[in-house]
Design a protein around this ligand. Structure first.
Ligand SMILES: Nc1ncnc2c1ncn2[C@@H]1O[C@H](COP(=O)(O)OP(=O)(O)OP(=O)(O)O)[C@@H](O)[C@H]1O
Ligand SMILES: [Mg+2]
Length: 598
């Protein structure tokens, strides 16, 4: 997956999602700022009415107008009116400001959680091949961490807008007072923006990209380490794995430190340049018999304007740098959405599969995994009739799992077609297919939940009796009942609290609970002892014969396929001539690692 680039697309994508809310927030922030200044200003009438002598020296036409307005509109007590005005304005400012804080928080966090959900759902719905080549740790970072930075960006943009508006308003006001002073300020502000933009665009974005890459690597290392903890311990390489993770943490810290060191520079420069300018003016006007006192008001206006403008300019550059530093994370989130949506594939077609009636036909099917030159399955032609028990055998890497994944609709054929009752399987919706097809994979998947939930696996609970029956068919009921809590026993991550064979049988029970018409088993009994395997196969065969279900069974064991109606023998992705089960021989050349039973 791409990590950097597409800044504009990223911003456009995320901002357009909540643009109304963001414009509203920016407008509200502006009103808050307006009321804040009014409320600050409203202290003046209170003070002047409390002690007229202290402020009697100050004369300003605007203030005088307001004072006379208050006095003429409050015959009872002008002081009382001034206090009410101050209190009222402060109250309005506080209410608006509280509303604004709340709205900003809600918008940012809505974007946060909506992005998380969107990334996760489009990843889970995306094409299986696309997921096969992605790194799970990286995907976890993109779905869990990156959206947090998206919300930071959407949070900062209204704030930048407000600061820019405030600066423009101040500039306009200053322009009315003194066009020369404003020109000077425009030059200072432009220079400052150029420096800040350069730093934000190059340094902040660069450190942000470094941090995004490190965050992704941290997630990859952490996930791999926790997943492979058994192998890591047994191979005695714990330190190596800790060091790998620590390296990424240090990388992240390095970029964060660089960012912290650089962020303050533009605002410090701005302050330095402004102060130097005022000092230079002061020195210039005091030297060579110049009239300093006469120029004092002008110097005062310069100093005052800078004092007002500096905080806004500093904020704009800080927010800008924050935005650029967070942008690479947002790009990571954007690319996850964009790519997984581009590779959507698991929804299947629009047709609803009501029942499997007659036949599966594999017609001249070939399949290439992404970026491979050699087909994993090549020109396969097979017909499987309803109610058959079909065995697939062949050496490791010969394409058995791939063929099964094609039959399950998990992978899409590169050429040829797979027909279900005469219709291409990709014309059926995957939802309706999964109502009729169950799958037990080579690596049984269990998660940290109860046995009941692992068997239900998101389906509606048909009740304990049905679950027990499925467990009985998979020859694991007795074991489950011996566990503390029985069906409510929590199996730990990957079913770690159970043996490999027990895990396989729970997964078989999960598949059988669905009463599938087509059962795909990929070495589903490989971890079982010969006797248990035989028992399960017998049960499955009984169901097959009774309900006319179809079972396609990949195995390395001769015993498991001895009762098969049909055998598909694979080598190098191709199907060798079909044989009757009775004639299957443990031929090492063609059957590869076909293991003898113990
Ligand atoms: N995700 C993948 N990307 C690229 N090549 C793959 C991928 N998965 C499998 N292959 C290749 O496709 C070929 C067939 O693999 P497949 O898993 O179907 O073999 P198999 O017959 O099931 O082997 P085994 O008995 O070991 O399970 C192998 O050469 C394998 O290396
Ligand atoms: Mg396999």
């Amino acid at each position: 997956m791409k990590l950097m680039g597409d800044s504009k697309k990223t911003l456009k994508y995320f901002l357009s999602r909540k643009w109304k809310a963001m414009i509203f927030i920016a407008a509200l922030s502006f009103i808050v700022a307006f009321f804040e200044s009014l409320a600050t200003f409203a202290i003046y009438p209170v003070l002047s009415l409390m002690s007229p002598e202290t402020v009697s020296g100050v004369h300003n036409s605007n203030l005088d107008t307001i004072m006379s307005w208050i006095t003429s509109h409050s015959p009872a007590s002008p002081l009382y009116a001034a206090v009410v005005l101050l209190f009222g304005l402060t109250l309005i400012k506080l209410v608006l400001s509280y509303g604004n804080i709340l709205l900003t928080w809600v918008t940012a966090n809505t974007i946060y959680q909506e992005t998380q959900i969107q990334i996760m759902s489009s990843l889970l719905r995306s094409d299986y091949q696309f997921l096969l080549s992605a790194q799970k740790g990286d995907l976890a970072y993109r779905a869990l961490n990156a959206p947090g930075y998206v919300s930071k960006i959407t949070n900062v943009i209204p704030m930048i807008t407000v600061e820019v508006l405030k600066t423009l308003m101040l500039m306009t006001m200053l322009f009315l007072i003194s066009p020369q002073v404003t020109l000077f300020l425009v030059i200072i502000a432009t220079l400052y923006f150029l420096v800040a933009r350069y730093i934000a665009g190059n340094v902040s974005y660069g450190t942000g990209s470094g941090r995004a890459k490190s965050a992704s690597n941290q997630s990859i290392h952490a996930m791999n380490a926790l997943k492979g903890i058994k192998a890591i311990r047994l191979f005695g390489v714990t330190k190596f794995w800790i060091d790998q993770f620590a390296r990424e943490c240090k990388n992240f810290y390095f970029f964060a430190r660089k960012d912290a060191a650089i962020t303050g520079i533009p605002s410090m420069l701005l302050e330095l340049v402004s102060v130097s300018f005022i000092c230079a003016m002061a020195l210039y006007f005091t030297g060579n018999g110049k009239n300093f006192l006469g120029n004092l008001p002008m110097i005062g206006v310069f100093a005052y304007s800078l004092l007002k403008l500096l905080p806004s300019l500093k904020q704009i550059s800080n927010y800008g740098m924050e935005l650029m530093a967070n942008l690479p994370h947002a790009e990571a989130a954007y690319h996850a959405i964009e790519e997984s949506e581009r590779y959507q594939g698991n929804a299947g077609g629009h047709e609803w599969l009501n029942a499997f009636q007659s036949q599966i036909a594999i017609k001249d099917v070939s399949f290439y995994y992404a970026n491979t030159k050699k087909p994993a399955v090549r020109n396969v032609n097979v017909e499987i009739a309803k109610g058959q028990f079909v065995g697939i055998i062949g050496p490791s890497g010969s394409g058995k799992t791939t063929l099964l994944d094609l039959l399950g609709g998990l992978l899409k054929v590169s050429s040829g077609e797979i027909l279900l009752d005469g219709k291409p399987i990709d014309s059926f919706s995957s939802e309706s297919m999964s109502d009729h097809i169950s799958y037990v994979g080579q690596d049984p998947f269990l998660y940290n939940e109860t046995i009941r939930n692992n068997i239900l696996f998101g389906r509606k609970d048909p009740g304990n009796d049905a679950i027990r029956q499925a467990l009985r068919k998979a020859d694991v009921l007795e074991f489950v009942e011996s566990l503390p809590g029985g069906l409510d026993f929590v199996v730990a991550d990957d079913g770690m609290k159970m043996s490999g064979g027990q895990r396989q049988r729970i997964c078989i029970a999960r598949a059988l609970l669905r009463n599938p018409e087509i059962l795909l088993l990929d070495e589903a009994t490989s971890a079982l002892d010969h006797k248990t395997e035989e028992k399960i196969i017998e049960t499955i065969l009984r169901i097959v014969r009774q309900d006319r279900d179809t079972v396609i069974f990949v195995t390395h064991r001769k015993s498991a396929i001895q009762q098969a109606d049909h055998i598909i023998k694979m080598k190098d992705g191709q199907v060798l001539t079909p044989e009757e089960p009775s004639s299957v021989s443990p031929n090492r050349e063609t059957d590869g690692d076909l293991r003898p039973e113990i």
